[in-house]
Ligand binder design. Structure first.
Ligand code: CO8
Length: 257
């Protein structure tokens, strides 16, 4: 598959997608988002891939939706055309997606980072939802995912003032899993992705699905869901292998089934 706006490669069992519109700081236009969704779906369906890694450039993960592409839209263009309804491809992936974020992750850029499962940030990263400064609000989940990630106080602060958070603040607030020096961002993010890709895939899928259930259900319902998924993993060969390997003091040999 040849793409114009992203670069795609596989290293071991990690599928890597790099946003690649340097002239526009990786601003998200329709073409880029269609390619991103296609690449995510392809890795999700590929048995040779256990985890994905999404990144941008040193200067920008993504500086938001493409303002030049959006500027002249009418209400009917946006509403009638259901603008950006198909910009949720990462959130729909079953395999985990690690975001490696350096530089600007603003607006839609912050929103697609939040669609990923783990954000590793370079110390240069800046997160924000500046849409208010353009006379709009976040439109691909920002008000919902940011609020769940950092709570009402900071979400209101960012969404209503449009200010940016640096990497240290984003880590303190719980948006970011780890902050690393910019020079080692890809190495550190790859280590995380490789670690996940080296686990048994059924339990990785189950772990991701169960954590995500916490955002969609009551505590009691989520705990019941988790227990049923836990039970179901006893049907896998990898559960037998994982526990046997522990007892025999050796590394498990996962079959991903
Ligand atoms: N859209 C289009 N072009 C962009 C964008 C963008 N979001 N961001 C940067 N660019 C372009 C610039 O226009 C410039 O192009 P050119 O060289 O042709 O003038 C080039 O990228 C480099 O940018 P700057 O010269 O501005 O670089 P600086 O280092 O001076 O500034 C900033 C970097 C601070 C990131 C600045 O570019 C900026 O403020 N960008 C806009 C950030 C923003 O407002 N993002 C939110 C966009 S709205 C959004 O994301 C909504 C998501 C929901 C959509 C779905 C709704 C349903």
């Amino acid at each position: 598959m040849s793409y114009q706006n992203i670069l795609v490669e596989t290293k071991g069992r990690v599928g890597i997608i790099r946003l690649n519109r340097p002239q526009a700081l990786n601003a998200l236009n329709q073409a880029l988002m269609a390619e991103l969704t296609q690449a995510v779906q392809a890795f999700d369906a590929d048995d040779a891939v256990g985890c994905m890694l999404l990144t941008g450039s040193e200067k920008a993960f993504a500086a938001g939706a493409d303002i030049k592409e959006m500027a002249d839209k009418s209400f009917i263009d946006a509403y009638g055309g259901n603008f950006a309804a198909d910009w949720h491809g990462i959130a729909q992936a079953r395999k985990p997606v690690v975001a490696a974020v350096a530089g600007f992750a603003l607006g839609g850029g912050c929103e697609i980072a939040m669609q990923c499962d783990i954000i590793i940030a370079a110390d240069t990263a800046k997160f924000g939802q500046p849409e208010i400064k353009l006379g709009v609000i976040p439109g691909i989940g920002g008000t919902q995912r940011l609020t769940r990630a950092v709570g009402k106080a900071k979400a209101m602060d960012l969404v209503l003032t449009g200010r940016n958070m640096d990497a240290a603040e984003a880590e303190r607030a719980g948006l970011v899993a780890r902050v690393v020096p910019a020079a080692s961002l890809m190495d550190e993010a790859m280590k995380v992705a490789e670690t996940i890709a080296g686990m048994s895939l059924p339990s990785v899928l189950a772990g991701k699905e169960s954590v995500n259930a916490a955002f969609e259900s009551s505590l009691a319902e989520g705990v019941r869901f988790e227990r049923r998924i836990f039970h179901s993993l006893f049907a896998t060969e990898d559960q037998k292998e994982g526990m046997k390997a522990f007892v025999e003091k050796r590394k498990p040999d996962w079959k991903n089934k």
